[in-house]
Design a protein around this ligand. Structure first.
Ligand code: SF4
Ligand code: SF4
Length: 164
């Protein structure tokens, strides 16, 4: 018993407890942490997602549901022909593996550093497009936008090879 108490005392001196006062204080997550997803936009406000469903095909947990619709220059959501009119992720299924992020040809779906997710009903675990899409940048039109005919014909932009 004395040995046990000495071990406790030693730990108190050698390795003092560092209690983090969560939720007021949050520990930074690692650079490659895979948290809740965000659907990204370009700087001009258009959505990066083109509704191709490659993320859904790559998902091992069948957690993603995508439905695509056609863009027009009068009502444009994303560059190219199609956009995701429905985009849902079921977070009761998701295992945060990041395969969807790797499969996306436009870097539209990104796993961020958000880990504060809780729900009390199954229906709340399904995040729809409005919940996943990042806000419109300041001073830019929200989607759908009226765009110049023939300007946004390319669905997948020219991109550099990833460095990370
Ligand atoms: S992180 Fe993995 S499990 Fe979750 S939606 Fe993406 S591919 Fe599916
Ligand atoms: S998030 Fe990426 S892979 Fe998934 S439908 Fe949109 S563009 Fe395609």
């Amino acid at each position: 018993m004395l040995r046990g108490l000495l071990a406790t005392l030693k730990e108190m001196v050698v390795d003092p407890v560092t209690t983090v006062q969560y939720p007021e204080v949050k520990r930074p997550v690692s650079r490659r942490y895979k948290g809740r997803h965000t659907l990204k936009r370009y700087e001009n406000g258009l959505e990066k997602c083109i509704g191709c469903s490659l993320c859904a095909a790559a998902c091992p947990a069948d957690a993603i549901f995508v439905e695509a619709s056609i863009n027009t220059d009068e009502e444009r959501y994303s560059p190219g022909e199609r956009y995701a009119s429905t985009y849902e992720i079921n977070f009761l299924r998701c295992i945060f593996c990041g395969f969807c992020e790797d499969a996306c040809p436009t870097e539209a779906i990104v796993l961020g550093d958000q880990y504060e997710m809780s729900f009390t009903e199954r229906s709340q675990s399904i995040y729809d497009k409005a919940m996943l899409l990042e806000p419109v940048p300041a001073g830019v039109q929200p989607t759908p936008q009226k765009t110049e005919p023939g300007k946004f014909t390319r669905s997948v932009p020219e991109m550099q090879d990833p460095t990370d």
